[in-house]
Every structure is written in structure tokens, then in C-alpha cells.
Design a protein around this ligand. Structure first.
Ligand code: ADP
Length: 276
């Protein structure tokens, strides 16, 4: 059993010919709505890979909450720890994408930011997977409550990580930009680092030593949102099943690559039997 602790958002996406500049209105866009948030994306990815997953999160008491949780419900993620907060909107990401795929994003975190550390009751599980889209105090409380078992932290969106959290983390997952931003803050970090490199794959490091490298299969990329989330879920599940590091990294790369072949982060998360 895996607990994913993190954010739930509704992504509202407008596809326009071009991005507006300040003060400008661009019209003629096409609207889509996707469930999102790194916590929800990673929980769904893990569930579709066959894990028993509980998502620990906060949503608002609005219609956006049902929409944001819809795919998690279909696939059977345990939502008993997704608590609805009164007088608070569900997190929303407003996304504009231009014809070339360039985007602009504004996030209104809503209930994700109102997640109170004192209210956290982490369900018992063998492993815990977190990101940084909820307050650091919540992650600190989670680190204190998850005394045993695997603790995986995805340092996204990047922010300084509390020393108490870093002491407890077993595996820290970062992309290249996040790794650069955290450079100099990880000198005393004792755990494993998983560095993702987009189409170039990923590597696993202990201190400065590379212990595994993997390249993803060649894929026809349609939409790379969610690739990082798929990678995090897959690596966590593989490490929970105590396979070798190389096998775990190969699996995570394959799942990340597969997630880029469909539109939308959550709809694109592969099921285990899609992988062959
Ligand atoms: P993030 O989305 O967090 O920036 P990356 O872009 O590094 O993360 O992607 C995470 C993983 O997804 C990579 O390690 C790789 O396995 C897979 N991936 C991402 N982009 C591609 C791509 N263009 N082709 C194949 N695999 C990809």
C-alpha cells in the first residue's frame, strides 16, 4: 500500500493561436478541462500501475472538486483522506497553450495552500510519495508521522526543502532545473537522488556516484505534461517491490515515456498492461 500526499488541481486549458502580452485579450481559443495537480497525477499513475493507493489531499467545497477527482474515482484510488474544506476553492491551474506548444500557467492553489499540518492524519502504508505543491509544514508533519518505510520526495515545484524532511527522505526525485536550483543544499543529503533528463532518460545517484542510468524507449510525443509524475509513481512502486536499482529506473523511464504519448496528464497515465 502506498500513500501519496499532495495537491489536487483542476487544469483549465485554453488553446490559442498565441499567448497574450500584459493587458492584451486574445480571442478564438478552444477550452478543455483536465483533472491535475502533482499529488493527484502521481496517485493515479501509481494506481494504474497496479498499486493500492491512498491520496491524502485537500479540496474545496465546490463543483471543481468532483471534476478534479473524477478519474481517481474511476480507477479506484482511495479518497477517504481527500478532505473537503469549507469556504475554500479547489486548486485551479489556468493554462494558455499557443500553436507551437509554448505555455503560460497561473496556479491558484486554493485548498492545497489551506492544508493545515495539524490536520494531517497519514494513513498507515509501506511507502509515502510527496511533492512540494502543499505547504512545507505538511511535508514536515508527514515525515514525522511516517516513521518507517520508504519516503520518496519529488522536489517539484522546486522550493527550499526543510532539513528535517531531508533527513528522512530515502529518495529525492528532481528534473535538471530542480537539481540546479537545489545545488548546494543537498551536501549533507544521505539518500538516493533520481535525476530525470527528459528524452535523455534518467540517472540514479548516491552522493556524486552514478549507480544506474536508463534511456527511455523512442516515442511519438503528443504532450509531455505528466511525464515527470508518471516517472515518480513508477520509480516508487518499483522500489517498494525491492527490484534492483537498474530495473527500477528502466521501468520508471518506460512509464514516463509512455505518459507523453497522449493528451493531458491524467488521461495519459499508462495502465500496466499498456506497457508492452
Ligand atoms: P519533468 O516533466 O518533471 O520535467 P522530465 O521531462 O525529465 O520530467 O521527464 C521525466 C521522464 O519522462 C524522463 O526521465 C523520461 O523517462 C520520460 N520522458 C520525458 N520526455 C520524454 C521524451 N521526449 N521521450 C521519451 N521519454 C520522455
Amino acid at each position: 500500500r502506498l500513500t501519496v500526499l499532495g495537491s489536487v488541481n483542476l487544469d483549465i486549458v485554453a488553446r490559442a493561436d498565441r499567448l497574450p502580452v500584459a493587458g492584451e485579450t486574445v480571442t478564438g481559443a478552444e477550452l478543455s478541462r483536465f483533472p491535475g495537480g502533482k499529488g493527484a497525477n502521481q496517485a493515479l499513475a501509481a494506481r494504474r500501475l497496479g498499486a493500492d493507493v491512498c491520496l491524502c489531499a485537500r479540496v474545496g467545497n465546490d463543483a471543481a472538486a468532483d471534476e478534479a477527482l473524477a478519474l481517481l474515482r474511476v480507477d479506484g484510488v482511495d479518497l477517504s483522506h481527500c478532505i473537503s474544506l469549507a469556504d475554500c476553492p479547489t486548486g485551479v491551474a489556468l493554462v494558455v497553450v499557443d500553436a507551437g506548444g509554448e505555455n503560460q500557467i497561473v496556479v491558484a492553489p486554493g485548498a492545497n495552500r489551506r492544508f493545515a499540518a495539524e490536520s494531517l492524519k497519514l494513513p498507515q502504508a509501506e511507502a509515502l510519495l510527496c511533492q512540494l505543491e502543499v505547504p512545507m509544514a505538511v511535508i514536515e508533519e508527514a515525515a514525522a508521522q511516517q516513521k518507517a518505510g520508504l519516503f520518496v520526495l519529488n522536489a517539484a515545484p522546486v522550493a527550499p526543502i526543510s532539513p528535517a524532511v531531508l533527513r528522512r527522505v530515502d529518495v529525492l526525485i528532481m528534473n535538471e532545473i530542480e537539481a540546479q536550483a537545489l545545488d548546494g543544499q543537498l551536501d549533507s543529503f544521505q539518500g538516493l537522488k533520481a535525476l530525470t533528463l527528459g528524452a535523455k532518460g534518467a540517472m540514479l545517484m548516491k552522493g556524486d556516484k552514478v549507480i544506474a542510468r536508463a534511456t527511455p524507449p523512442k516515442v511519438q510525443v503528443v504532450d509531455s505534461t505528466g511525464a515527470g509524475d508518471a516517472f515518480c509513481a513508477a520509480l516508487t512502486i518499483a522500489l517498494m517491490s525491492s527490484v534492483e536499482y537498474q530495473e527500477a529506473l528502466d521501468f520508471a523511464c518506460k512509464v514516463g515515456a509512455r505518459a507523453t504519448t497522449r493528451h493531458g496528464a491524467q488521461p495519459g497515465m499508462p495502465h500496466r498492461n499498456d506497457l508492452d
